[in-house]
Design a protein around this ligand. Structure first.
Ligand SMILES: Cc1cc2nc3c(=O)[nH]c(=O)nc-3n(C[C@H](O)[C@H](O)[C@H](O)COP(=O)(O)O)c2cc1C
Length: 190
């Protein structure tokens, strides 16, 4: 896929086919993440690739969050669908959790978060180029303690984001850009 086609066709995918993702494909997208720029070239990103029972446990944790989050939803069918999505991560066979080095100093923490975010976006774009879907998610971090416990993540690492990875059930429509002509978001100065 051509570079700009990847940029424009990457979507937040929330429904997946159950087909497994070959390990070499996962390795390629993780390698793309590993080639991101990083503050002080510390390459301060780490990824946990969860499948099988570990993915199920992550789904159970996210489903509890979804149940709490939707308690006041009137639309019972929508609530059920959201909880089911959470439980299985949309049916994706793999979930990847992105971590960075924990830092008390705000400037270092910012640098670390920016580095892992750059790597995570590389991963999502590479996944798209491989015909895979992904969805950058922070909702599952609402029960950080359970993520730490399930994946045995030590406190010297900050959990930053989660994405399901799998083959999309369909290509979701692109949400329109807020400022497609870039008249408000970009200031050109001379
Ligand atoms: C920092 C961040 C957090 C997000 N958290 C969630 C989330 O918890 N659950 C979810 O379904 N999508 C989440 N998203 C995905 C956005 O909803 C999605 O990117 C946005 O609606 C635009 O759609 P697109 O990615 O297809 O362009 C998150 C995206 C970002 C960048």
């Amino acid at each position: 896929m051509e570079f700009y086609e990847v940029i424009h066709s990457r979507r937040a995918v929330r429904q997946y086919r159950p087909d497994p993702v070959p390990k070499e494909v996962l390795q390629r997208i993780l390698d793309a993440a590993n080639w991101a720029p990083s503050g002080m070239n510390r390459q301060q990103w780490y990824f946990v690739v969860a499948s099988g029972e570990k993915k199920k446990a992550l789904g159970a944790s996210y489903a509890k969050i979804a149940e709490r989050y939707t308690t006041r939803w009137d639309d019972a069918e929508r609530r059920k669908q959201f909880i089911e999505f959470a439980q299985t991560y949309g049916g994706a066979p793999v979930v990847i959790v992105a971590l960075t080095d924990a830092a008390g100093d705000p400037a270092t923490r910012k640098m670390n978060l920016e580095s892992v975010s750059a790597a995570f976006e590389n991963l999502l774009l590479a996944a798209c180029a491989e015909g895979l879907g992904s969805c950058w998610m922070t909702g599952p971090l609402q029960d950080e303690a359970s993520l730490r416990q399930i994946l045995n993540i030590p406190y010297d690492k900050e959990i930053v984001a989660v994405t399901p990875i799998g083959y999309p059930a369909f290509q979701p429509p692109a949400p329109p850009r807020l400022d497609p002509e870039l008249k408000e978001k970009v200031l050109w100065v001379e």
